[in-house]
Design a protein around this ligand. Structure first.
Ligand code: CA
Length: 542
């Protein structure tokens, strides 16, 4: 049944694309669905939807308080903007795990919070087929720049695996990095911005998190010194992060063009995670001191400058795509056959409606402000937006989550998904959203999404915060339903509901309907959905 629907959709798509000519900059484009697109996933850190003027109408910010992000606006005009898009979790590590694997992190040993320390045992199992590995199988050149935060393994001086940072020799090639999980190119940092460099910018938030290792190039620690333990001065300059990110992304893109095959770039920006350290300029474009509100007044805010740094990065990438000839389509610019996605790993780090929009709470919460994020996508040849910078762009309100990108990309490039159980299982929680990206308004995401990690659950950073919510638009009563389950679900698969909301008429999650009789069918339905998806070995797709 599923296959039949997929086949007929494919035929329909081919007909649509083949027949579809459209004008851009005076030139006609013939859409060619058979050619695999290039893919760029831009993941900002801690950025709320209210942080971009592409969502100004949604956030309801006045011009005098809305940060102007012209590149994000341009991407939205070219493409599609989602207003109900979600990070799978409300923190860095957990969301990144789900993005790379298509599986919720609450199924792993890390049921909430993040990996700490300059070591952090790798969270992704070696045998698990990751999203970039799936794309490698489809012939892609794969590269990542920026923040990994999914664990690393060092080596000792004699080459044996190190237990942790204490017995590591930083001169030795690292044993487990993104290179071991599908990226043939990696230039990045181990974890979050404040603690990735020597000294940790005096923001030590856990034992042994005060030192590097700074930038890592493939398996090589760039700043390693002769004694194998310390880092060279300036090995990770907080104020140069933007310049390094830009330079390395361009290095990867240039190298990929020579290979004459599609590329996948995962641009995991350390911005705007605090401390706010905008670069002076990136590629000749001023960043520090350059951010403005929509009314044109300078923000005079380092935080706004650091958010704006992401906009400058995006502008640089879009300019590259517009000005570079596609080696697979000579005479045509890369941007026509490139899917560009801009999104964030969790909600804003500050609880302020300017940044979070009309949502409850912010980063670290299972309330919407923690995990509902900006999500903008454009792919002109694939019917994701019209590719026209002069039109207003489309807005979609359908439910979408970053764990869905695995299955979405797999459908785009014609790769099968791994099985959900048994040997070689993978992408257990990923559902293709290609139809939603292409504007099929009748497409409803089957099943539920399961956002997780709730700082409101306990006062301390303890395991009670491993709260999981069940969010679906498919319940027996109309609505956008969200049921909270306490942490025993993530730990033991138990069903202990605590809160129930209908976001369709209560977007602020203010009225708990859990004990209301007339919504019992919804509660029963959501509990059943949760039960079917429960467990470390479970899955939420067919
Ligand atoms: Ca984050």
């Amino acid at each position: 049944m599923t296959l039949k629907i997929f086949s007929s959709f494919l035929v329909l798509s081919v007909v649509t694309w083949a027949a579809n000519l459209f004008a851009q900059g005076g030139q006609e484009i013939v859409r060619q669905p058979t050619m695999k697109p290039n893919i760029i996933v831009f993941l900002a850190d801690d950025m709320g939807a209210g942080d971009t003027s592409a969502y100004q109408d949604w956030a309801q910010n006045k011009d005098a308080q809305q940060l102007h992000t012209p590149a994000m606006e341009e991407l939205a005009r070219r493409g599609v903007r989602f207003t109900d898009a979600h990070a799978p979790h409300s923190r860095c590590t957990t969301t990144r795990y789900a993005l790379m694997t298509g599986r919720y992190c609450w199924r792993t040993r890390l049921k909430h919070w993040v990996l700490f320390g300059n070591h952090g045992d790798p969270l992704i199992e070696r045998e698990r087929l990751t999203l970039p590995e799936m794309l490698q199988q489809a012939g892609y050149s794969t590269g990542m720049v920026g923040k990994w935060h999914l664990g690393l393994t060092y080596r000792q001086s004699d080459g044996r695996l190190a237990e942790g940072f204490d017995d590591a020799d930083l001169r030795q090639p690292m044993a487990d990095t993104p290179i071991d999980h599908g990226f043939e190119f990696f230039y990045g940092i181990s974890r979050s911005h404040p603690t990735s460099g020597p000294g940790g910018l005096n923001r030590i938030n856990a034992p042994d998190q005060s030192t590097g290792p700074g930038w890592i190039d493939g398996r090589t620690i760039v700043g390693a010194t002769d004694n194998g333990k310390l880092l060279k001065e300036g090995a990770y300059d907080y104020w140069q992060v933007g310049n390094v990110m830009d330079r390395q992304a361009m290095r990867f893109l240039d190298a990929s063009l020579e290979k004459d095959r599609p590329f996948f770039l995962y641009f995991a920006s350390p911005a705007n995670h605090s401390p706010y350290t905008p670069s002076k300029e990136i590629g000749g474009l001023q960043v520090e001191g350059a951010s403005k509100y929509k009314d044109g007044t300078p923000t005079k805010s380092l935080r706004q400058d650091f958010v704006y740094q992401n906009d400058v990065h995006l502008k640089r990438l879009l300019t590259y795509l517009k000005e570079t000839d596609d080696p697979r389509r000579p005479g045509r610019p890369l941007i026509e056959n490139t899917l560009v996605i801009f999104t964030s790993d969790n909600g804003a780090e500050i609880d302020n409606k300017r940044f979070t929009g009309p949502l409850r709470s912010h980063k670290g919460s299972t309330y919407e402000g923690g995990h509902r994020v900006p999500f903008i996508a454009s792919w002109p040849l694939g019917n994701v937006g019209d590719g026209n910078d002069k039109t207003s762009g489309a807005t979609r309100s359908s439910l979408i989550a970053l764990n869905d990108l695995y299955a979405t990309f797999a459908e785009m490039v014609g790769e099968p998904l791994p099985p959900v159980s048994g040997k070689g299982r993978g992408a257990e929680d990923s559902v293709s959203q290609l139809q939603a990206l292409q504007g099929r308004t009748d497409f409803l995401r089957p099943g539920a999404i399961f956002p997780n990690d709730h700082k409101e659950a306990t006062k301390k950073r303890n395991d009670g915060r491993a709260v999981v919510a069940v969010r679906t638009n498919e319940a027996p009563l109309p609505g956008q339903w969200k049921l909270f389950l306490d942490s025993s679900y993530a730990w033991e698969g138990k069903l202990q509901p605590t809160e129930l909301y209908n976001l369709a008429n209560d977007p602020k999650e203010s009225t708990n309907l859990l004990n209301q009789d007339d919504v019992k069918p919804v509660l029963e339905y959501l509990l059943k959905v949760a039960e079917e998806a429960a467990g470390d070995d479970g899955s939420s797709r067919e």
